[in-house]
Structure formats: structure tokens, C-alpha cells
Write a protein that binds this ligand. Structure first.
Ligand code: NAP
Length: 290
């Protein structure tokens, strides 16, 4: 797989990454052994950016479920492959009774970083992303807590998620941010309109589109009609591959992280990297998504 950097000067990772959410938040999630096999296959195929979060679990009785799966999968890999994996986790969400709530208090984030280190079985997290601004806490205080973890050597790189262009600028005055993870797919084009993608282009930050295929409920039906279906037919590839190639065509530091709980999904998504879309096909897709 072709490599891209996680922002300028950042570590090299496969252009298509992997999201771990479906392995932990679905009621019918795979067993630990099956999840480890999916992750190991992704690594073999060059999907070396693995995205997780402490909140990827069914509820807060098992916070860190997905991070522990990642740790088990990393332990199963041969050393040369393990060294190439860049693990991106997040903190700032909590899951009381399975609900999604924010907790961006510095004291919570300090504890969350320590818990993620333990769950991942590491002494330094490759990329720690502040999951979502908490309306109850000044944004600068939350980012400051992650910056502090970086200064303490617990976190190598700092990223943001679910942020506006103005929040990216503000965070850059507090910590050397390398990445932004916002929702971006054919059915959710907000980053092209709200300035967050342009801000990443201007600053050279990596952009990780979340739910790139439309989310766990929408990914399989995507491209059943319209330009996506047409172009998938012209190229003889899946509609999901066309969507991921469309993401890659938008920006040199775009790193889609399609989620998966099955080996077939990672085997298909990994091939998106080989799909070459012409300028005419990119523009046909843009027009049909608008
Ligand atoms: N920062 C945030 O706030 C935030 C929010 C949501 C998600 N995320 C991150 O973004 C990642 C991706 O988002 P997502 O998992 O919600 O949605 P997604 O990637 O749009 O869709 C995931 C679903 O797509 C299916 N899939 C993947 N590749 C496929 C392919 N090539 N062909 C057919 N189906 C395919 C998978 O099915 P199977 O499960 O059957 O394999 C999976 O359930 C997450 O896993 C998570 O790491 C972040």
C-alpha cells in the first residue's frame, strides 16, 4: 500500500487506515479472537494507522475494550510489523449506561491518558486525540491537559476530533497539533463547508475522516445507485473503494479510517489505494454528493 505521512514530518502510515469502533460498540461484535484476526489482516495489508478510543465499548463498565483488543492484536504481530503500526486513541467521552457523554475536564483527561496507556500496554501513546469539545469545560483547558501529557512523555503526537476551524487555530496555540478527525463522507460533507478541511490544508495537518463510508449502518448500502454505482461499475471495483479513493483524492494528508469487524471489509477497503479516479470522475462524484 502507498504510504502517507501523518501531517508533514509525521510518521509514515498506509494511506488507508482502520477504525476499531465496530469491533466494540455493536451488540453483535466479534469475539476477541476474531477481532484480533481482523486487525492482524489489516496490518498485513498495510493498513498501519489504527484508530481507537477509550469510549469504544458497550458502556463504562468496560471502558478501554477496543484499546485492549488493539493491545492483544499488536502482541500477536511479528515484531517488524508491530513496529509499523501507529495507534491513535482518544479521550474525552464517557459511556454511562451506554450513552455518549462528554467529559473534557483536565482531571478526567489526565486519568483517561493513564488508563489508555494501561489498556494499550504501552508507555507512550503514538497519537492522542481529544475526542470532542465539552461545552461545560473551556476548550483550552481540555487541550492543555493533553499537551501536559505530551510534555510528560505519555503521548507522542496530539490530535483533535470534532472541531471547527477556529478550535483548530486555538488548539495550535496550546499544543503542536498534527491531525484532525471529523466526520466526512458522501452523505456528510460538512468539513468541505465549515472550513475545517481547508484549515488542515493551510496548516498541513492530517485529516482523518470518521465514518468515511457513512457509518456502521450505512456503509453496506452506499453506492447502490447514482454516480458512485456508475463509477464502481466502470472501474470494476466496489463502491466502498470508490468512496475511499475519493477521500484520498481530496488532500495529500487525508487518511480515511474505515471501520471493520470482518476480514472481508478490510480486504476490500485496503484495495481502495489502487483505485485511480480521473478528474472527471472526482467531479462527477462531487456533483452527485452535493
Ligand atoms: N472521532 C469520532 O467522534 C468518531 C465517531 C465515529 C467513528 N470514529 C472512527 O471512525 C471509524 C470509522 O467510522 P465507522 O466505523 O463509524 O463507520 P464507517 O467506516 O463509515 O463504516 C463502518 C462499517 O463499514 C463496513 N465496511 C468497511 N469497509 C467496507 C467495505 N470495503 N465494504 C463493505 N463494507 C465495509 C464495516 O462492516 P463490518 O463491520 O461488517 O466489517 C463497518 O461496520 C470508526 O471505526 C472509529 O475509529 C470516530
Amino acid at each position: 500500500m502507498r504510504m502517507r505521512t501523518l501531517g508533514p514530518g509525521g510518521p509514515a502510515v498506509g494511506a488507508i487506515g482502520l477504525g476499531g469502533m465496530p469491533m466494540s460498540v455493536k451488540g453483535d461484535r466479534p469475539s476477541q479472537d476474531d477481532a484480533v484476526r481482523v486487525l492482524a489482516r489489516a496490518a498485513e495489508l498495510g493498513m498501519t494507522l489504527w484508530d481507537t478510543a477509550d469510549a469504544y465499548c458497550l458502556n463504562d463498565s468496560e471502558t478501554g475494550h477496543n484499546e485492549r483488543l488493539f493491545a492483544a492484536a499488536l502482541a500477536s504481530l511479528p515484531a517488524d510489523l508491530r513496529e509499523r503500526i501507529v495507534v491513535a486513541t482518544k479521550g474525552g467521552h464517557v459511556r454511562p449506561d451506554g450513552r455518549w457523554e462528554t467529559d473534557g475536564r483536565p482531571e478526567h483527561l489526565r486519568e483517561a491518558v493513564d488508563a489508555s496507556l494501561k489498556a494499550l500496554g504501552t508507555d507512550c501513546i503514538d497519537l492522542y486525540q481529544f475526542h470532542r469539545p465539552d461545552p461545560k469545560v473551556p476548550f483550552a483547558d481540555s487541550v492543555g491537559a493533553v499537551a501536559e501529557a505530551q510534555q510528560q512523555g505519555k503521548v507522542r503526537l496530539v490530535g483533535l476530533s470534532n472541531v471547527s476551524a477556529a478550535q483548530i487555530e486555538e488548539a495550535m496555540t496550546i499544543a503542536p497539533i498534527v491531525s484532525v478527525q471529523n466526520q466526512f463522507s458522501p452523505t456528510h460533507l460538512a468539513p468541505q463547508r465549515d472550513g475545517s478541511l481547508d484549515k488542515c490544508r493551510e496548516l498541513g495537518l492530517a485529516f482523518l475522516p470518521w465514518s468515511p463510508l457513512g457509518g456502521m449502518g450505512g456503509a453496506k448500502g452506499i453506492g447502490s445507485s447514482g454516480a458512485l454505482a456508475e463509477i464502481a461499475g466502470e472501474l470494476g471495483v466496489s463502491a466502498q473503494q470508490v468512496v475511499l479513493a475519493w477521500h484520498l483524492g481530496k488532500y495529500e494528508h487525508m487518511l480515511p479510517i474505515p471501520g471493520a469487524s470482518r476480514i472481508q471489509s478490510v480486504e476490500d477497503s485496503a484495495r481502495a489505494d489502487e483505485v485511480e479516479l480521473s478528474a472527471e470522475q472526482m467531479s462527477r462524484l462531487d456533483k452527485s454528493f452535493a
